[in-house]
Design a protein around this ligand. Sequence first.
Ligand code: C5P
Length: 234
Amino acid sequence: MSSKPPIILAVDTSDLHIAQNWVKATVGLISAVKLGLEFFTACGPEGVKRIQGEFGVDLFLDLKLHDIPTTVSKATLEVSLLKPKFLTVHASGGSKMITAAVNSAPAVDITAVTILTSLGKEDLVEIGFSQPPMASAAKLALLAKSAGARAIVCSPQESATIREAVGPEITIITPGVRPQGFGSDDQERVMTARDAILAGADYLVVGRPITSFWKDGESAMREAANRFAMELTQ
Ligand code: C5P
């Protein structure tokens, strides 16, 4: 994955045809495609295989698994047949659950989601977390590393703190990336691609700043992906 720009395209659609078009428009300018719950619940493993078969792209399978260790272990084993590069689980599922996923799919980078960026301080108190988002995310990242996770998803604002906590060998992946002047959509706290990498991220998950250009055609979307690639190689 290292020779391509460190962009993971968020393919947030339930429509296989749209997903195929988006990947076709950006292939070569991205390191992997992120297929998540929206795509997976609509198109299933067969849809994932279609994307992989047509474009040969690396897969970030964003299923955010969170259940008892046995169930997560069995689900991980099933989806490991799709050979994702990354598979997400919730770090708050605990060490036993994370280790169960790691043991079921040793070839997959089990990727722990720390604190969802949609949760603020009050939300965390509501669900029983005593520390604010940054401290909670760093704590969960360390727990996930000890349990065998090889990658962490966190907000760009947390990545410097988390990098310091987990060291250089863990892959850090951050969403919430926006070019200057693009607007933030529903993302609360955003960073430019370059700043996110400087803050310690290895890969950036980018969706709408690229996919929203599809309405203007394939070359407009490719151009948007290329602008990110250029920003990261400057
Ligand atoms: O369109 P946008 O660039 O905001 O997409 C970001 C992607 O990253 C979406 O698929 C979103 O679900 C995901 N994500 C996020 N914040 C997190 C975890 C995942 O935005 N904390």
